[in-house]
Design a protein around this ligand. Structure first.
Ligand code: ATP
Length: 307
């Protein structure tokens, strides 16, 4: 659906996006993560055709973005960071105006407006001028304009920025609903956001892609947590015979050993510790937090790639 190949974008001498390749199939929800200035917005602007790459190519549903920006923009709904809205217009006037820009008219336009207002739960504010809306409602108006034409690709830049906890939950639900018929890219530096809605994580650092992996695989990451009744002096030699012990945590008469072992080795580990006469209280893959993944990506040099 989206094929980014070796894309670089320079501003003068400064390289904001540096040789990024990214392949996103239909229907996936991808979280684009990175610190301020990592290049997320620049990459999204290139995918949406608002900015041309200095090098490399981007194809969306088979269309080359620089050659056919209109065709690509018809497929994409875009919520920019700080979505520009016309404050004097009411919500409906603004959405009608946007529907016109998408070439929607007549019954088709009315159906599109009704759907967008329903999905974003904007009906109670529909006749209110935009300047009188709270930040959360303005954000919903931004989403409503992005989904009016039922885009096959939805690109949301910081969709929950400035929202209160209730609005954040609503926005997450909305993103999941929209993903049923669209491919979604969510750019954010809020890790919980990615954890809550995304299947895949791409992390940019200083314009380069440093992580590209499924969230569940990234968090599993080849470690086993074994909870035993034995302290390190006794347990370590038995465990080390199977796999390196990365970490030991003591927990009220129990000891947790984190092994550098594939989850497939779990039965072997179970047999070995029981064979040694230890009580086995737990044996499961370790879940790494996204915070840990992100922190490692900020220091590690290599690219982890799903491809
Ligand atoms: P944030 O999370 O703060 O929105 P980001 O990851 O979206 O950051 P970008 O907005 O893509 O980052 O910016 C990447 C880098 O490129 C930044 O250092 C920024 O200052 C620079 N940059 C972006 N647009 C321009 C421009 N038009 N001219 C010069 N430099 C730019």
């Amino acid at each position: 659906m989206i094929d980014v190949d070796g894309v670089t974008r320079r501003f003068g001498d400064f390289t904001a996006v540096d040789g990024v390749s990214l392949h996103i199939p239909r229907g996936e929800i991808v979280g684009l993560l990175g610190h301020n200035g990592a290049g997320k917005t620049t990459l999204m602007k290139m995918i949406t055709g608002f900015l041309e790459p200095t090098a490399g190519s981007i194809r969306v549903d088979g269309h080359e973005v620089t050659a056919e920006p209109r065709a690509v923009q018809a497929l994409i709904g875009y919520l920019p960071e700080n979505c520009p809205l016309y404050p004097d217009m009411t919500v409906m006037e603004y959405l009608e105006f946007q529907a016109g820009l998408h070439g929607l008219a007549g019954a088709e336009r009315d159906a599109a407006l009704a759907r967008a207002v329903r999905l974003t739960e904007l009906a109670p504010k529909a006749l209110q001028p935009i300047q009188t809306l709270s930040r959360g409602y303005r954000q919903r108006v931004g989403v409503a304009q992005a989904i009016l034409h039922r885009p096959r690709i939805l690109i949301l830049d910081e969709p929950t920025n400035g929202l209160d906890p209730t609005q954040i939950l609503h926005m997450r639900g909305l993103i999941r609903d929209l993903a049923e018929e669209s491919t979604v890219i969510v750019s954010t530096h809020i890790l919980q956001e990615v954890q809550a809605v995304c299947e895949r994580v791409v992390i940019l650092r200083a314009g380069r892609k440093v992580v590209d992996a499924r969230l569940d695989e990234l968090q599993r990451d080849g470690r086993l947590r074994v909870t035993l009744d034995r302290a390190e002096a006794e347990a370590r030699p038995v465990l080390e015979a199977l796999a390196p012990v990365r970490r030991v945590e003591a927990a009220e008469r129990r000891f947790i050993y984190v092994l550098d072992a594939d989850p497939g080795q779990a039965p072997e580990v179970g047999r070995a510790v029981q064979g040694a006469g230890f009580a086995l209280y737990g044996l499961c893959p370790e879940q790494r937090s996204l915070e840990a993944v992100f922190a490692e990506a900020e220091t590690a040099g290599e690219v982890r790639d799903v491809a």
